[in-house]
Design a protein around this ligand. Sequence first.
Ligand code: FAD
Length: 604
Amino acid sequence: MSSLSYEFDVVVVGAGHAGIEAALAAARMGMRTALLTMNADTVGAMSCNPAIGGVAKGQIVREIDALGGEMGKCIDATAIQFRMLNRGKGPAMHSPRAQADKKHYQFTMKRIVEETPNLTLRQETVEGLLIETIGEKRRVRGVVARGDTVYRAAAVVFTTGTFLKALMHTGEAKTRGGRAGDQTTEALSECLTDCGFELARFKTGTPCRLNGRTIDFSKLEEQPGDDDPRPFSFATEKITQTQVSCHITHTNEAVHELIRANLDRAPMYSGQIRSCGPRYCPSIEDKVVRFAERESHQIFLEPEGRNTLEYYCNGISTSLPKDVQQAMLRLIPGLEKAEVMRWGYAVEYDYAPPTQLHATLETKRVDGLYFAGQINGTTGYEEAGAQGLMAGTNAALKIQGKPPLILDRSQAYIGVLIDDLVTRGVDEPYRMFTSRAEYRLLLRHDNADRRLSPLGRRAGLVNDVDWARYERKVDVIGKLTGLLRSRKHEGESLEKHLKRTETEWEQIVAWCPDVQEFPPGVIEQVILEAKYAGYIDRQTAQVERFQRLESKAIPMTFDYAAVPQLRIEAKEKLTRIRPGSVGQAGRISGITPADLAVLLIYLE
Ligand code: FAD
């Protein structure tokens, strides 16, 4: 039987959040790109909660958008509720979040993929890699899909999510599959270990979904969206759709007692699951054990869309058996009569420890092979989307013979994310927090375009329309700043007045009504930069110090073993991670200032 063979520049495996951004980026950069996925009906599927954004994750979505990615535009078009979290805190903490219409989001993404020139979406299960070995070096040449269909390409991006050797658990019941209703791939894990990759296992979980017709909303607290919904994408002028409310209820002592009595049937506690799950996103059984003193835990009931009555129970992720899940609901106010539509479950899957990657997300073992998303030990749609965008972009840049796009920790949360992954690795599913970023006052959601759009444009990611809008905005920010500098009140420039804590914008408007003519996004930038000028200057000075060490490059071929003054532990770790700079070397756990001093002498 003859097998089919196709030629592409880039092949992306998996059409989840990472795969979509990777494929769109490569195709937009002119690469002939194939996006191969097990099930074309689940392109952009939200495996867990129907929401995009949140603390630190919202900032990442804005960064994806600023770089020319799709997630922000898609959620703006399809969300059913928008909330700016942490409004009461400083601007570094403001984080946009939106409740998605899950199916609308998914099909909007699929349509964008379908409409993108240079991009072929195809339902295929990839089971093998084509690898060429030349001496010590190994290069990827493509992939093989089930049925021996060959896809040749100069670069391959793996974004296989929770699907590698995936096993789902609901109580004692175990089912193979990466997501309820989906399959798993065993062959790809074998193929990666045969190539010499180390794989490990993590687990994650999801709560039950309920039929809204059977929820008693009169007993619940309503949580409406913001009156002035703020878009994620810099391209979206205004959110015009009507918003839908979420509702809040709580667990109680009776629920906790029931869970305690059934812990021996919870796969996490019975020994059935041994892998580690996300600490900050624990299952309800985890919460009850770890926070035994808490009398109740919040549950957000989140609609899954406008055209369904299905509700997601955010806060009670569980792998307890069905009968315990059912009994638990009977004890929760408002859910006493609730009918389950889908049961909660946990899933265990293989991931590839990300210290096996360069900062471009290319693997160190196989040239041209990139990993992005949950396969790198992360969790979350936003973290996945960001990695996909960077992997797809770097794959294309490499094929084009151009320098890679690597963001550092002072430029973007995406830079923090990737640096953490490739430098420190993960010992639990990694999610982004604002506390992971050293320069978070600079990495605000509101200025993501100013930080990143020029870089996205240079790489070929930002389209002409978005770029023209960005240039206009920068120009108008300059004009407003100029106006505030030139206009005076009582002998002092309005800019100086604005910098004072006690001077509100309304006062500036009263002195100079012309400022009202400027767009709100521009006014926001000028106000924030004036009000926080002192802090921003201080962080900018810290960034300059940070960048001095980042700019001291270490050649990838540097022979650490040949430096006698380096300790054995340092030699071993530096050889394994192969940091790109002295700055990155300093962030490897166990590398001391003395090791860095030795390195600096050798490099000079
Ligand atoms: P996915 O969205 O999983 O996409 C992977 C894609 O790869 C799929 O399209 C799949 O079909 C495809 N694929 C896999 N193998 C192959 C192959 N061999 N050939 C072709 N296609 C292939 N995140 C959170 O932030 N918080 C949570 O609480 C949370 N809970 C979760 C609970 C469950 C049960 C699951 C399944 C996921 C959960 N997630 C959670 C994770 C969230 O779904 C992921 O972080 C996110 O979807 C990762 O995006 P991704 O693109 O890496 O992978």
